[in-house]
Design a protein around this ligand. Structure first.
Ligand code: R5P
Length: 326
């Protein structure tokens, strides 16, 4: 033989942290490949150790970890996994963070505050990530914090198609829970045939986390089925206050649709006790049994993530997954 030949075949490998393995399993099932066997454990003092049990040299690695509580641990584990992949010569490393932690801290409201969403991007870059894949960032401009490609996936078509199949579109109003999400409400409206939009004039004291003071409803919602949209439900303060304001303003019923069910502290209790007709979310984050309630609908996000991973691996188009959305 007068030459050495290299196979140019690309190899996709999936890796999962311990934060939410059920989601990684679903993505793997959609792609029809197993997760790469991985050992991970915590030292007595909380430090994390990770090792992959098979060679990862030259692979196209996708490291799945949603930043569920305890958020800092999930992030640190994902960083360590990326570092291990880099040092083991993975060819390309994509951080798949369906829920990207710290996204709410994307700007300084006052002096001497951090921009933690930017710090997160820097940490992933330093660890060795070549690209990020995320679902519904708190604000789109966070994409610019990472120096590399960011695949920003939208749950909007999934949520809007479900909601659209259940409601009378002639009596539908899309409601943004604050002025910052009006553009997203417009996208919902476009997908659902141009229904009217309204928004809640919300004020917030930046010194108090998770504390929103809901103001007035801007727009006519009398007799309407209102769909309140948000990127996340954390303590459910924002959303339940919005529901109250809409019912008070004459809405016939209120549906809530949000991508990330953070469901901290009093969230489930607040939603159970509120006048909301249905809460529609995706499973970008794990939902404990105690946090479930009768009018909660959970839509699976794994098919979208799997399709996006396939597009990235095959040098296809992630944008094509959202054709028709402006
Ligand atoms: C705020 O800007 C976010 O989009 C959410 O509305 C907020 O973080 C939800 O938090 P909570 O459920 O605790 O009100």
């Amino acid at each position: 033989m007068s030459e050495i030949r290299l196979s140019s075949e690309k190899r996709l490998r999936l890796f999962s942290g311990r934060g939410y393995p059920e989601l990684a399993d679903s993505v793997a099932a959609e792609l029809g490949i197993p997760l790469t066997p991985t050992s991970a454990y915590d030292f007595a003092n909380g430090e994390i150790f990770v090792r992959f049990e098979e060679s990862v040299r030259g692979c196209d690695a996708f490291v799945i970890q949603s930043h569920a509580a305890p958020v800092n641990k999930q992030i640190m584990e994902q960083l360590i996994m990326v570092d291990a992949l880099k040092r083991a010569s993975a060819k390309r490393i994509t951080v798949v963070a369906p829920f990207y932690g710290y996204a709410r801290q994307d700007k300084k409201h006052r002096g001497r505050e951090p921009i933690s969403a930017r710090l997160m991007a820097d940490l992933f870059k330093t660890a060795g990530a070549d690209r990020l894949m995320v679902v519904d960032l708190h604000t789109s401009q966070i994409q610019g914090f990472f120096d590399g490609p960011v695949d920003h996936l939208f749950a909007l078509p999934l949520l809007a198609n479900y909601v659209g199949s259940k409601v009378d579109r002639t009596r539908l109003t899309i409601v943004s829970p604050d002025s910052g999400r009006v553009r997203v409400a417009e996208r919902w409206s476009d997908l659902l045939g141009g229904c009217p939009i309204a928004f809640i004039h919300k004020t917030r004291d930046p010194r108090i986390p998770n504390e929103a003071i809901t103001g007035r409803v801007v727009g006519d919602v009398t007799g309407q089925t209102c769909v309140v949209i948000d990127d996340m439900i954390d303590t459910a303060g924002t959303i339940t206050k919005a529901v109250d304001a809409l019912i008070e303003a004459g809405a016939k019923e209120v549906i809530v649709a949000a991508t990330h069910a953070v469901f901290s502290g009093p969230a489930a209790e607040r939603l159970r006790n509120s006048k909301v007709s249905e809460v529609v979310i995706t499973d970008t984050l794990p939902i404990s049994e105690e946090s479930k309630f009768s009018n909660l609908t959970v839509l699976p996000i794994a098919p979208l993530i799997a399709r996006a991973i396939r597009e990235v691996f095959e040098d296809g188009s992630v944008t094509s997954l959202f054709d028709g959305m402006s």
